[in-house]
Write a protein that binds this ligand. Structure first.
Ligand code: TXA
Ligand code: MG
Length: 328
Protein backbone atom coordinates (compact mmCIF):
# COMPACT_ATOMS: atom_id res chain seq x y z
CA UNK A 1 0.00 0.00 0.00
CA UNK A 2 1.30 3.43 -0.85
CA UNK A 3 2.02 5.77 1.99
CA UNK A 4 1.19 9.41 1.60
CA UNK A 5 4.31 11.34 2.57
CA UNK A 6 3.77 13.56 5.54
CA UNK A 7 5.09 17.05 5.05
CA UNK A 8 6.10 18.21 8.50
CA UNK A 9 6.99 21.72 9.56
CA UNK A 10 10.76 21.63 9.95
CA UNK A 11 10.75 24.54 12.39
CA UNK A 12 8.76 22.44 14.87
CA UNK A 13 11.12 20.46 17.16
CA UNK A 14 8.58 17.61 17.47
CA UNK A 15 8.70 17.10 13.70
CA UNK A 16 12.47 17.09 13.67
CA UNK A 17 12.50 14.55 16.52
CA UNK A 18 10.25 12.29 14.44
CA UNK A 19 12.64 12.56 11.56
CA UNK A 20 15.56 11.75 13.85
CA UNK A 21 13.78 8.64 15.13
CA UNK A 22 13.29 7.49 11.54
CA UNK A 23 16.97 8.07 10.75
CA UNK A 24 18.02 6.13 13.88
CA UNK A 25 15.86 3.23 12.71
CA UNK A 26 17.72 3.20 9.38
CA UNK A 27 14.99 5.02 7.47
CA UNK A 28 15.15 7.89 5.00
CA UNK A 29 14.02 11.46 5.49
CA UNK A 30 13.87 14.31 3.00
CA UNK A 31 15.05 17.60 4.45
CA UNK A 32 15.63 21.16 3.27
CA UNK A 33 19.03 22.69 2.67
CA UNK A 34 19.90 26.13 1.32
CA UNK A 35 20.90 24.55 -2.03
CA UNK A 36 18.30 21.85 -2.78
CA UNK A 37 16.32 19.33 -0.75
CA UNK A 38 18.31 16.28 0.33
CA UNK A 39 17.32 12.64 0.71
CA UNK A 40 18.99 11.77 3.99
CA UNK A 41 20.11 8.65 5.83
CA UNK A 42 22.28 8.09 8.88
CA UNK A 43 25.70 8.28 7.19
CA UNK A 44 27.22 5.67 9.51
CA UNK A 45 24.55 3.05 8.74
CA UNK A 46 25.53 1.29 5.50
CA UNK A 47 22.17 -0.41 5.10
CA UNK A 48 20.32 2.88 5.43
CA UNK A 49 22.63 4.45 2.86
CA UNK A 50 21.89 1.56 0.46
CA UNK A 51 18.22 2.55 0.70
CA UNK A 52 19.07 5.97 -0.76
CA UNK A 53 20.42 4.40 -3.95
CA UNK A 54 17.43 2.10 -4.10
CA UNK A 55 14.87 4.85 -3.69
CA UNK A 56 16.61 7.20 -6.14
CA UNK A 57 16.93 4.35 -8.63
CA UNK A 58 20.43 5.40 -9.50
CA UNK A 59 21.66 2.94 -12.11
CA UNK A 60 25.13 3.19 -10.60
CA UNK A 61 26.67 4.08 -7.28
CA UNK A 62 27.89 7.60 -6.95
CA UNK A 63 29.61 8.81 -3.78
CA UNK A 64 27.47 10.83 -1.40
CA UNK A 65 28.05 14.01 0.56
CA UNK A 66 27.97 13.73 4.34
CA UNK A 67 26.33 16.69 6.04
CA UNK A 68 27.57 17.84 9.43
CA UNK A 69 26.25 20.41 11.89
CA UNK A 70 29.49 21.40 13.63
CA UNK A 71 32.87 22.21 12.15
CA UNK A 72 34.63 20.17 14.87
CA UNK A 73 33.09 17.00 13.43
CA UNK A 74 35.39 17.23 10.44
CA UNK A 75 38.18 15.64 12.47
CA UNK A 76 35.95 12.77 13.56
CA UNK A 77 35.31 11.60 10.02
CA UNK A 78 38.31 12.87 8.06
CA UNK A 79 42.05 13.37 8.57
CA UNK A 80 44.99 15.42 7.22
CA UNK A 81 42.84 18.46 6.42
CA UNK A 82 44.92 20.64 4.04
CA UNK A 83 45.45 24.31 4.91
CA UNK A 84 43.41 25.51 1.93
CA UNK A 85 40.53 23.24 2.90
CA UNK A 86 40.57 24.75 6.38
CA UNK A 87 40.53 28.29 4.95
CA UNK A 88 37.59 27.44 2.71
CA UNK A 89 35.65 25.93 5.61
CA UNK A 90 36.32 28.99 7.73
CA UNK A 91 35.03 31.24 5.00
CA UNK A 92 32.08 29.31 3.54
CA UNK A 93 30.74 27.06 6.31
CA UNK A 94 27.96 26.83 7.13
CA UNK A 95 27.04 27.17 3.47
CA UNK A 96 26.94 25.68 -0.02
CA UNK A 97 30.52 24.45 -0.33
CA UNK A 98 31.41 20.74 -0.28
CA UNK A 99 34.99 19.75 0.42
CA UNK A 100 36.49 16.37 -0.45
CA UNK A 101 38.77 15.11 2.31
CA UNK A 102 40.64 11.95 3.31
CA UNK A 103 38.15 9.72 5.09
CA UNK A 104 38.51 7.87 8.36
CA UNK A 105 37.51 4.18 8.38
CA UNK A 106 34.26 4.71 10.28
CA UNK A 107 32.68 6.27 7.19
CA UNK A 108 31.11 3.26 5.41
CA UNK A 109 32.46 2.42 1.97
CA UNK A 110 29.03 2.62 0.38
CA UNK A 111 28.96 6.35 1.21
CA UNK A 112 32.15 6.97 -0.77
CA UNK A 113 31.73 4.21 -3.40
CA UNK A 114 34.91 2.70 -2.05
CA UNK A 115 36.98 5.88 -2.44
CA UNK A 116 39.54 6.86 0.18
CA UNK A 117 37.99 10.32 0.31
CA UNK A 118 34.67 11.63 1.54
CA UNK A 119 32.77 14.74 0.51
CA UNK A 120 31.76 16.88 3.52
CA UNK A 121 29.54 19.89 3.83
CA UNK A 122 28.02 21.91 6.65
CA UNK A 123 24.75 23.32 5.34
CA UNK A 124 23.42 26.65 6.59
CA UNK A 125 19.72 25.84 6.57
CA UNK A 126 18.53 25.89 10.22
CA UNK A 127 16.28 22.82 9.74
CA UNK A 128 19.14 20.78 8.26
CA UNK A 129 21.46 21.83 11.09
CA UNK A 130 18.83 21.01 13.71
CA UNK A 131 18.18 17.57 12.19
CA UNK A 132 21.86 16.62 12.00
CA UNK A 133 22.65 17.99 15.44
CA UNK A 134 19.81 16.10 17.10
CA UNK A 135 20.93 12.90 15.35
CA UNK A 136 24.42 13.60 16.68
CA UNK A 137 26.16 12.25 13.59
CA UNK A 138 26.39 13.06 9.89
CA UNK A 139 23.54 12.66 7.43
CA UNK A 140 24.47 11.28 4.00
CA UNK A 141 22.30 12.88 1.33
CA UNK A 142 22.12 13.34 -2.41
CA UNK A 143 19.57 15.70 -3.89
CA UNK A 144 16.07 14.35 -3.23
CA UNK A 145 15.10 13.55 -6.82
CA UNK A 146 14.82 10.25 -8.65
CA UNK A 147 17.81 9.64 -10.95
CA UNK A 148 17.73 11.87 -14.00
CA UNK A 149 15.21 14.39 -12.67
CA UNK A 150 15.91 17.96 -11.68
CA UNK A 151 16.76 18.69 -8.08
CA UNK A 152 13.86 19.71 -5.84
CA UNK A 153 13.78 23.08 -4.13
CA UNK A 154 10.43 22.75 -2.35
CA UNK A 155 8.94 20.11 -0.06
CA UNK A 156 6.03 19.70 -2.49
CA UNK A 157 8.44 18.75 -5.30
CA UNK A 158 9.85 15.96 -3.16
CA UNK A 159 6.38 14.78 -2.18
CA UNK A 160 5.42 14.49 -5.84
CA UNK A 161 8.65 12.80 -6.88
CA UNK A 162 8.54 10.16 -4.18
CA UNK A 163 4.80 9.77 -3.72
CA UNK A 164 4.15 6.62 -1.77
CA UNK A 165 7.82 5.90 -1.10
CA UNK A 166 8.84 8.31 1.62
CA UNK A 167 7.03 8.65 4.94
CA UNK A 168 8.41 12.01 6.09
CA UNK A 169 9.50 15.21 4.40
CA UNK A 170 10.68 18.08 6.55
CA UNK A 171 9.49 21.37 5.12
CA UNK A 172 11.86 24.30 5.32
CA UNK A 173 10.40 26.51 2.62
CA UNK A 174 12.03 27.13 -0.75
CA UNK A 175 15.77 26.52 -0.99
CA UNK A 176 17.37 29.95 -1.26
CA UNK A 177 20.16 28.99 -3.70
CA UNK A 178 18.20 26.43 -5.72
CA UNK A 179 21.47 25.16 -7.11
CA UNK A 180 23.69 22.38 -5.71
CA UNK A 181 26.77 23.09 -3.64
CA UNK A 182 30.13 23.78 -5.24
CA UNK A 183 32.51 20.84 -4.80
CA UNK A 184 36.27 21.20 -4.33
CA UNK A 185 39.21 19.09 -3.25
CA UNK A 186 42.77 20.03 -2.41
CA UNK A 187 45.48 18.02 -4.13
CA UNK A 188 49.15 18.76 -3.42
CA UNK A 189 48.25 22.13 -1.99
CA UNK A 190 46.19 22.97 -5.07
CA UNK A 191 42.45 23.61 -4.95
CA UNK A 192 40.58 21.62 -7.61
CA UNK A 193 37.04 22.47 -8.66
CA UNK A 194 34.93 19.33 -9.14
CA UNK A 195 31.51 20.86 -9.61
CA UNK A 196 30.41 24.41 -10.20
CA UNK A 197 27.65 25.34 -7.80
CA UNK A 198 26.25 27.88 -5.38
CA UNK A 199 29.66 29.28 -4.41
CA UNK A 200 31.16 30.96 -7.47
CA UNK A 201 34.68 30.49 -8.75
CA UNK A 202 35.30 34.18 -8.08
CA UNK A 203 34.34 33.73 -4.45
CA UNK A 204 36.70 30.77 -4.12
CA UNK A 205 39.50 32.78 -5.70
CA UNK A 206 39.09 35.53 -3.12
CA UNK A 207 40.10 33.01 -0.47
CA UNK A 208 42.69 30.80 -2.11
CA UNK A 209 44.12 32.83 -4.98
CA UNK A 210 44.26 29.94 -7.43
CA UNK A 211 41.82 27.21 -8.42
CA UNK A 212 42.43 24.43 -10.91
CA UNK A 213 39.32 24.51 -12.94
CA UNK A 214 39.26 22.97 -16.37
CA UNK A 215 41.67 20.69 -18.07
CA UNK A 216 41.71 16.92 -18.03
CA UNK A 217 39.13 15.52 -15.69
CA UNK A 218 39.39 18.01 -12.86
CA UNK A 219 35.91 19.35 -13.47
CA UNK A 220 33.65 16.38 -13.15
CA UNK A 221 30.10 17.03 -14.08
CA UNK A 222 28.83 13.64 -15.12
CA UNK A 223 28.20 11.56 -12.03
CA UNK A 224 28.97 7.90 -12.47
CA UNK A 225 31.62 8.57 -15.11
CA UNK A 226 34.10 9.43 -12.43
CA UNK A 227 37.61 8.41 -13.44
CA UNK A 228 38.63 8.09 -9.80
CA UNK A 229 35.96 5.55 -8.98
CA UNK A 230 37.28 2.59 -7.10
CA UNK A 231 38.16 -0.47 -9.15
CA UNK A 232 39.97 -3.43 -7.60
CA UNK A 233 43.63 -3.89 -8.48
CA UNK A 234 43.25 -7.64 -8.96
CA UNK A 235 41.70 -9.03 -12.15
CA UNK A 236 38.00 -9.63 -11.72
CA UNK A 237 35.80 -12.14 -13.48
CA UNK A 238 32.03 -12.35 -13.32
CA UNK A 239 30.75 -15.92 -13.08
CA UNK A 240 27.33 -17.53 -12.84
CA UNK A 241 28.13 -19.53 -9.72
CA UNK A 242 30.86 -21.08 -7.56
CA UNK A 243 31.05 -24.11 -9.87
CA UNK A 244 32.85 -21.88 -12.38
CA UNK A 245 35.73 -21.18 -10.00
CA UNK A 246 38.82 -22.83 -11.43
CA UNK A 247 41.69 -21.43 -9.36
CA UNK A 248 41.89 -21.95 -5.60
CA UNK A 249 44.24 -18.93 -5.46
CA UNK A 250 41.25 -16.70 -5.86
CA UNK A 251 38.71 -14.84 -3.81
CA UNK A 252 34.98 -15.07 -4.36
CA UNK A 253 32.36 -12.42 -3.95
CA UNK A 254 29.18 -14.47 -3.57
CA UNK A 255 25.76 -12.89 -3.84
CA UNK A 256 23.91 -15.30 -1.54
CA UNK A 257 25.03 -18.33 0.47
CA UNK A 258 26.50 -20.68 -2.14
CA UNK A 259 24.79 -24.07 -2.45
CA UNK A 260 28.11 -25.82 -3.02
CA UNK A 261 31.40 -25.03 -1.35
CA UNK A 262 33.45 -22.75 -3.62
CA UNK A 263 36.99 -23.81 -4.53
CA UNK A 264 38.14 -20.32 -3.72
CA UNK A 265 40.20 -19.64 -0.62
CA UNK A 266 38.47 -16.45 0.44
CA UNK A 267 34.76 -15.96 0.25
CA UNK A 268 32.55 -13.04 1.21
CA UNK A 269 28.80 -13.38 0.94
CA UNK A 270 27.04 -10.12 0.15
CA UNK A 271 23.71 -11.23 1.56
CA UNK A 272 23.16 -14.78 2.84
CA UNK A 273 19.44 -14.53 2.06
CA UNK A 274 19.87 -12.78 -1.29
CA UNK A 275 18.65 -9.33 -0.30
CA UNK A 276 19.93 -6.69 -2.75
CA UNK A 277 19.84 -3.86 -0.23
CA UNK A 278 21.97 -5.78 2.25
CA UNK A 279 24.26 -6.78 -0.61
CA UNK A 280 24.70 -3.15 -1.64
CA UNK A 281 25.56 -2.12 1.91
CA UNK A 282 28.42 -4.66 1.92
CA UNK A 283 29.46 -4.37 -1.71
CA UNK A 284 32.35 -1.91 -1.67
CA UNK A 285 33.84 -3.04 1.66
CA UNK A 286 33.85 -6.69 0.60
CA UNK A 287 35.33 -5.89 -2.77
CA UNK A 288 38.12 -3.94 -1.10
CA UNK A 289 38.73 -6.76 1.42
CA UNK A 290 38.88 -9.41 -1.30
CA UNK A 291 41.21 -7.25 -3.35
CA UNK A 292 43.61 -7.09 -0.41
CA UNK A 293 43.77 -10.89 -0.08
CA UNK A 294 46.85 -12.66 -1.39
CA UNK A 295 45.09 -14.06 -4.45
CA UNK A 296 45.54 -13.88 -8.24
CA UNK A 297 41.97 -13.18 -9.22
CA UNK A 298 38.60 -12.16 -7.80
CA UNK A 299 35.56 -14.10 -8.96
CA UNK A 300 32.29 -12.29 -8.54
CA UNK A 301 28.94 -13.97 -8.73
CA UNK A 302 26.52 -12.45 -11.19
CA UNK A 303 23.76 -10.47 -9.47
CA UNK A 304 20.18 -10.09 -10.60
CA UNK A 305 20.09 -6.92 -12.71
CA UNK A 306 17.19 -5.24 -11.03
CA UNK A 307 17.05 -2.50 -8.46
CA UNK A 308 20.38 -2.13 -6.69
CA UNK A 309 21.61 -5.26 -8.47
CA UNK A 310 21.96 -3.16 -11.61
CA UNK A 311 24.21 -0.66 -9.85
CA UNK A 312 26.41 -3.43 -8.51
CA UNK A 313 26.59 -5.27 -11.84
CA UNK A 314 27.61 -2.07 -13.53
CA UNK A 315 30.53 -1.70 -11.15
CA UNK A 316 31.53 -5.34 -11.62
CA UNK A 317 31.36 -5.13 -15.40
CA UNK A 318 33.51 -2.00 -15.32
CA UNK A 319 36.07 -3.78 -13.17
CA UNK A 320 36.03 -6.84 -15.44
CA UNK A 321 36.43 -4.67 -18.55
CA UNK A 322 39.37 -2.85 -17.05
CA UNK A 323 41.24 -6.17 -16.84
CA UNK A 324 40.57 -6.91 -20.48
CA UNK A 325 42.05 -3.53 -21.36
CA UNK A 326 45.10 -4.09 -19.21
CA UNK A 327 45.92 -7.64 -20.22
CA UNK A 328 45.17 -7.61 -23.96
O1 TXA B 1 23.90 20.93 -2.66
C1 TXA B 1 24.22 19.76 -2.61
O2 TXA B 1 25.40 19.42 -2.69
C2 TXA B 1 23.10 18.73 -2.42
C3 TXA B 1 22.52 18.92 -1.02
C4 TXA B 1 21.50 17.89 -0.68
O3 TXA B 1 23.55 18.93 -0.06
N1 TXA B 1 23.60 17.41 -2.61
C5 TXA B 1 23.97 16.92 -3.81
O4 TXA B 1 24.36 15.58 -3.77
O5 TXA B 1 23.97 17.55 -4.82
P1 TXA B 1 24.52 14.70 -5.08
O6 TXA B 1 24.68 13.27 -4.58
O7 TXA B 1 23.43 14.94 -6.02
O8 TXA B 1 25.89 15.15 -5.67
C6 TXA B 1 27.10 14.89 -4.99
C7 TXA B 1 28.26 14.87 -5.94
C8 TXA B 1 28.23 13.66 -6.85
O9 TXA B 1 28.30 14.07 -8.18
C9 TXA B 1 29.49 12.90 -6.49
O10 TXA B 1 30.12 12.39 -7.61
C10 TXA B 1 30.35 13.93 -5.78
O11 TXA B 1 29.45 14.78 -5.16
N2 TXA B 1 31.20 13.31 -4.74
C11 TXA B 1 30.80 12.79 -3.57
N3 TXA B 1 31.81 12.26 -2.89
C12 TXA B 1 32.91 12.43 -3.64
C13 TXA B 1 34.30 12.11 -3.50
N4 TXA B 1 34.74 11.47 -2.42
N5 TXA B 1 35.12 12.47 -4.49
C14 TXA B 1 34.66 13.13 -5.58
N6 TXA B 1 33.37 13.46 -5.79
C15 TXA B 1 32.52 13.13 -4.84
MG1 MG C 1 21.96 15.29 -7.63
Amino acid sequence: MDIKPEILDGSDPTSVERAVTLLREGGLVAFPTETVYGLGADALNALAVARIFELKRRPHFDPLIIHISRKEWVNRYTKNVPAHAQELMDRFWPGPLTIILEKRPLVPDIVTSGLATVAVRMPSHPVALDLIDRLGQPVAAPSANPFGYVSPTKAAHVARMFAGKLPVILDGGSSTFGLESTIVSVRDGQVVLHRHGAVSLEELLEVVGEVHEKGGDSVIDSPGQLPYHYAPHKPLKIIRGPEEITTPESSFLAFRTPSLKPASRRVRTLSPGGDLREAAANFFSFLIELDREDVDIIFAEQLPELGLGKAMMERLKKAARKDTLVTH
